[in-house]
Each structure stands twice: as structure tokens, then as C-alpha cells.
Design a protein around this ligand. Structure first.
Ligand code: NAI
Ligand code: MG
Length: 502
């Protein structure tokens, strides 16, 4: 394991994009913040400034919301567009993104720190995919006809149908772990359903969303349909959430901020959907294919530097194979090549920010002070950038913070269990319920477990498998609503019953 050197072959589009000041997109036009302020975004591999970006706040949010409202008015070009035209426009947007895969993957690696190889193979193609999947839905948003029998209107005949209509102006607040992909998860269903959007990217990683804004304009979306306001959570994000003319907020991020958003949304009772934290159990039975399970469990936690809401961060291993599996995962952890995202040989990049580095190291210290020990890793890596060693913690107990709380870094706790009952109890002993993993060759046991674990996604003999068609979201405090799949459309639609007496 050693910090690799940065490749000189940076994609020229991405290299030049970061030299320009990032701006705010409102009505298809780029502008500075009303305050004139800017903020810096950093290269997590070095801690050096990468680019400067306009710092939007309440005044800019107000202007963006007004633009989105105007674009949603009944006779606006967007509202007059047919469903088929809307679908084709989203498809064109997806094509443009795909044509620029290398540039987006590079920007993502530079701003977030993730390996370029991963951004190229996963982040960008998955973003293209959700846009195409949702583009197809634009023409399939149907209502029903409903036979009614009204007891107090004997003999009367009625014709009842439902319409599914866009909610309206939507505020979307996204995190930094998958900056482009989260933007796509949010924009795709909102656009397919005919909503208009004000998107606020995370302050740590605004660049790919801003480049995406250029493609919004290039694709030909009418002005005001997609507005993008970079800025901080406490200012721009809070202003968007509290805005009386925003009809819905879709948020991905911490559970703590999710709760703040609920309070802020109470002002005008805007609709809210939330994709929050997780502390997902990953369960390995002694009858599993051990080699596959070890590899799968390592990637379940170390993928994206462990900065995944669904990371398999609590590993439960059946007692008889505990030592073997811990050794296998620790070996994998020690072999991972940690380095800058732009280096093609890097397997794990830095954490996104100094704040996140300190948070993760704080959890490690807390675990050690309570008696946990590291079978692999356990500390910051190198003296430059925000790197943390892939870490496997053992000798934990269920009450420790490292077992209960979301660490959001490359840190897994490994705990032995005795049987199904024991592991279901331990697995469900958490405020979160985003995902779970099960490794076994016994299909009955696997599906019984899938029912018993409180999680929005259960992976059996695999982990971190995502598809635009497969709903994703949280049980318990992991959130409200499901993104992806046709369920995601419901987050942006409201149903109207139309009742006619014949
Ligand atoms: P955060 O929840 O503060 O940030 C996520 C987004 O919310 C950003 O765009 C931010 O600007 C915005 N935001 C922050 N405060 C806001 C407010 N008061 N009103 C409206 N918007 C606001 O997450 P942060 O601080 O970056 O990370 C903290 C922890 O949250 C992580 O360690 C991790 O545990 C969790 N997290 C979970 C994510 C997920 O995918 N579910 C993604 C990012 C963080
Ligand atoms: Mg925060």
C-alpha cells in the first residue's frame, strides 16, 4: 500500500473546466452569486484548492425558485411539451452525458477523490442509465378508471378517473459521495414526471453537477426547468428547504440534516422524500462460498472509500468460520492500493474532505478507547490528503459507537454470531434500515433472512448491485420513499380523482 503518483494525462475538458469559476444556472443562464461570494472546492488527494465556485445563498435560491415556478406555469413550453417530447429530451440529455463519460469521470475523480476507473465504470454509466430508464417512463404515466357505487346516490351513474400530475417545483439537495449519480437519480424522475427543479449540489463536490448543467442547456431543456445553485447547506440548502413556493424537497444526506429538513418543510407542508444514513449488516453463514463472501464483504465496505449510505459496515460472521473470514477480509484490506483517484492503479482513493477524515479518525479512536482492536488498518494513511487505511475492527460489542453509528469511511466491524435468531436480533439492533447482505448456499435460509431483516434492499450472495429498475430506499431512520424503479415516479407525482355524474 502506498500513495501513488498522479497521472499527467488528465482529460483536457476536465482540466480546463476546473480553471473556470463555477457559476449558478438559472433560466439556462450562468451567473455569479448575488452576493458576489465564492467558495473553494478541494482536491482530496492533496488538500489543495481545485476550483472556485459561486456561493449561492437565499437571494440566488429565490431567483432560482421563481424561474422554476415560471417554467411550471400552465402554458409554459415545458408544460406544453408532449410526454413523448419530454422523454426524447431526457434521452438526448443521457446521450450527451454518455458522450462525455471520460470528462465526467475525471471531474468526479478530481473533486470527490474516487478512483477514475470506478467513476468511468460505475458512476457515469449508472447516471446515463437512470436518465434513459426514466425517459422511457415519461410516456407511461397513466391513471385509472374506477367503478364507484355511492350508497347515498342510488341509481346515479358516475365516470371516475385518476390523473397523475407533476408535484410542481422541486428542490433537490444532494451529497458528495456520488455527486453526478445522485444528481441523475434526482433529476431523472423529476424531469420524466414534468416537474421543474432547483438542484443544490454538495459544497464539497459541486463540479460535475455544474458541468451537467451545461448539458441541460445543450440538450435544449426550456429555461427554468433545471436550475442549479451551488452553495452551503446551512444557507442555500436551508433557504431551499424553507421556501414557501417549493412544492417538494428530495434530499440525500445525513439523518441529522434529514430531520432538520422535515422541520423546515412544515412551513408550507411541502412533500419530502429522504435518503439518509445506514449501518447495514452483512451476514456470512458457514455454508457460504467463503472465497466469494470474503471478496464481497470487503468490497461491500471498501467500495467508494466506505462512503456509501448502504455500505456493509457491520459484518456478522458465523462463529465456526469467524477467524478465517476475518483473516481473509483483513488480507484483502491490506492489499488494497490506496492512492489519488486519477492514478489508474489506485483501488481506493482519499475520503472527500478533511472534515470526513477527522470524523472517521474520531470513530477509530472511540472504538479503540472502548476496547476494539484492528485486524487491519486503523489509522490515517500518508501525510498528505485525506486517506484512511482500509480497516477491520474486532473485539467490539453491540453498544460501541463504531457498531451503532454510521462511520462513512473504510471501517468495518466484524462480530461473531451463533444462529439465525441471534444474527437477526443483532442485525436489526440499529436505528437504520437501508440495506443488508446475506451469504449462504441455503436458499430457504437466505429468503427467510431476507424477510426478517429490516432493510430496504437485501442482497443475497452479492452486494452493492444497483439498477435503475430496482427500487432503493430506507426502512426506519434510513429515509422516506424509494428512488429508482417506477416507485421513484410517485415521489414526483400527485394523484387527482376526477368524478363526473353521467
Ligand atoms: P449533510 O447531510 O450535512 O450534507 C448533505 C447535503 O445536505 C449537502 O448538499 C449539504 O449542503 C446539505 N445540507 C447540510 N445542512 C443542511 C441544512 N440545514 N438544510 C438543507 N441542506 C443542508 O452531510 P455531511 O455533513 O456532508 O456528512 C455528514 C454525515 O452524513 C456523513 O459522515 C455520513 O454519515 C452522512 N452522509 C450520508 C449520505 C448518504 O448517502 N445517505 C451522504 C453524505 C453524508
Ligand atoms: Mg453536514
Amino acid at each position: 500500500m502506498g500513495v501513488a503518483t498522479v497521472s499527467a494525462n488528465i482529460h483536457p475538458g476536465a482540466a480546463s473546466f476546473v480553471t473556470k469559476k463555477g457559476k449558478i444556472l438559472i433560466n439556462n443562464k450562468w451567473s455569479d452569486a448575488a452576493s458576489g461570494k465564492t467558495f473553494a472546492t478541494y482536491d482530496p488527494a492533496t488538500g489543495e484548492v481545485l476550483a472556485h465556485v459561486a456561493e449561492g445563498d437565499k437571494a440566488d435560491i429565490d431567483r432560482a425558485v421563481a424561474a422554476a415556478r415560471k417554467a411550471f406555469e400552465p402554458n409554459s413550453p415545458w408544460r406544453k411539451m408532449t410526454a413523448s417530447e419530454r422523454g426524447r429530451l431526457i434521452w438526448k440529455f443521457a446521450d450527451l452525458l454518455e458522450q462525455n463519460t471520460e470528462e465526467f469521470a475525471t471531474l468526479e475523480a478530481m473533486d470527490n477523490g474516487k478512483p477514475l476507473t470506478v467513476a468511468r465504470a460505475a458512476d457515469v454509466p449508472l447516471a446515463v442509465d437512470i436518465l434513459r430508464y426514466m425517459a422511457g417512463w415519461a410516456t407511461k404515466i397513466e391513471g385509472n378508471t374506477i367503478p364507484i357505487s355511492v350508497p347515498y346516490a342510488p341509481g346515479a351513474k358516475f365516470f371516475v378517473y385518476t390523473r397523475r400530475e407533476p408535484i410542481g417545483v422541486v428542490g433537490q439537495i444532494i451529497p458528495w459521495n456520488f455527486p453526478l449519480l445522485m444528481a441523475a437519480w434526482k433529476l431523472a424522475p423529476a424531469l420524466a414526471t414534468g416537474c421543474t427543479v432547483v438542484l443544490k449540489p454538495a459544497e464539497q463536490t459541486p463540479l460535475s453537477a455544474l458541468r451537467l448543467g451545461e448539458l441541460v442547456v445543450e440538450a435544449g431543456f426550456p429555461e427554468g426547468v433545471v436550475n442549479i445553485v451551488p452553495g452551503f447547506g446551512e444557507t442555500a440548502g436551508a433557504a431551499l428547504t424553507a421556501h414557501p413556493d417549493v412544492d417538494k424537497i428530495a434530499f440525500t444526506g445525513s439523518t441529522e440534516v434529514g430531520k432538520l429538513i422535515l422541520h423546515a418543510a412544515a412551513g408550507n407542508l411541502k412533500k419530502v422524500s429522504l435518503e439518509l444514513g445506514g449501518k447495514s449488516p452483512n451476514v456470512i453463514f458457514s455454508d457460504a462460498d467463503q472465497k466469494g463472501a470474503i471478496q464481497g464483504a470487503a468490497s461491500a465496505i471498501f467500495f467508494n472509500q466506505g462512503q456509501c449510505c448502504c455500505a456493509g459496515s457491520r459484518l456478522y460472521i458465523e462463529k465456526s468460520i469467524f477467524d478465517n473470514v476475518v483473516e481473509g477480509i483483513s488480507d484483502q484490506a491490506k492489499k488494497i492500493k490506496v492512492g489519488p483517484g486519477l492514478d489508474p492503479s489506485t483501488q481506493m482513493g482519499p475520503l472527500v474532505s478533511e472534515e470526513q477524515l477527522n470524523r472517521v479518525c474520531g470513530y477509530l479512536e472511540s472504538g479503540f478507547s472502548e476496547g476494539a482492536t484492528a485486524a487491519a488498518g486503523g489509522k490515517k494513511h500518508g501525510d498528505k490528503g485525506y486517506f484512511v487505511e482500509p480497516t477491520v475492527l474486532v473485539n467490539t460489542n453491540p453498544k460501541m459507537k463504531v457498531v451503532q453509528e454510521e462511520i462513512f469511511g473504510p471501517v468495518v466491524t466484524a462480530t461473531p454470531f451463533t444462529d439465525v435468531e441471534d444474527v437477526v436480533k443483532q442485525g436489526n439492533d440499529n436505528i437504520y434500515g437501508l440495506a443488508a447482505g446475506i451469504w449462504t448456499k441455503d436458499i430457504s435460509k437466505a429468503h427467510r433472512m431476507a424477510e426478517l431483516l429490516g432493510a430496504g434492499t437485501v442482497w443475497i450472495n452479492c452486494y452493492n448491485i444497483f439498477d435503475a429498475a430496482m427500487p432503493f430506499g430506507g426502512y426506519k431512520q434510513s429515509g422516506w420513499g424509494r428512488e429508482m424503479g417506477h416507485d421513484a415516479l410517485d415521489l414526483y407525482l400527485q394523484k387527482k380523482s376526477v368524478c363526473t355524474m353521467l
